[in-house]
Design a protein around this ligand. Sequence first.
Ligand code: ATR
Length: 273
Amino acid sequence: NMRFAVFGNPIKHSRSPMIHAAFAGQCDVKLEYRAVRVELNDFQRAVTAFFDAGGSGLNITVPFKEEAAAMAMELTGRAARATAVNTLWRDDAGVLRGDTTDGVGLVRDMVANLGWRIQGQRVLIVGAGGAVRGVLEPLMRELPTSVHIVNRTVERAETLASEFAVLGKITASGYGDLAADQYDLVINANSAGLSGEMPALPPGILGERSCCYDLLYGAEPTAFMRWAAQNAAWAVSDGLGMLVEQAAEAFYVWHRSRPETQPVIQQLRGVLA
Ligand code: ATR
């Protein structure tokens, strides 16, 4: 069997082994996929040891995505722009290669699964951390009219906006300076949601057909999803579909086949409930 794993810390709650097992079953691929907790100072050694021992591919999660990008000898364009890697493999020449599939996962969930539009839409991104950096390029490739990044630390939002400005119109501000504009699509990437908090967003930013997407997911609606529902968002989603879609894209990178994501999203939804 080919061996795969996800490296992270913490890793206990990772759903990746279940997702990749389901994909493998569908595509008739024989593989083993484990979740491995790696010590913070041991990442590079663990990666090298995994591939030296014949491992086929790794997914990388928090907090190692930047370190994985630094370690890879060759990055895909989207991974280089994100300076983050969630998928590693060694090619036939033994070169360690890295890609990031998070942004494609987000876009596919919004467009293909939920039927939302990004093209021609005014997008608001809440937060400016690593998660945002990881998804901006695929998002900009969908040609939104504009993207505004709002963040507590304004400088971080401004840095992202200028770094990705070649891909389209991106502006930045703090929460206090959030314009009274309306947005068609609001994407929450603020980690305060992990503790059930949510930055103060003016209710007027949602129009009649605005869609709200939280990168987080859980058994219960997140604080951001509750805010969206209370403010009459037209559609609201958590990030479970993105999780499955980024895994499907990693599966494609490794196996060159595309699993069906819909049944796996349903399966996970059942496990979470
Ligand atoms: P991630 O990988 O989830 O993006 P991160 O890089 O640590 O993690 O980014 C966390 C994001 O959540 C940032 O936008 C952060 O805002 P700052 O850049 O100002 O730190 C935001 N965030 C976290 N806790 C927050 C809080 N209590 N209030 C407002 N924003 C918060």
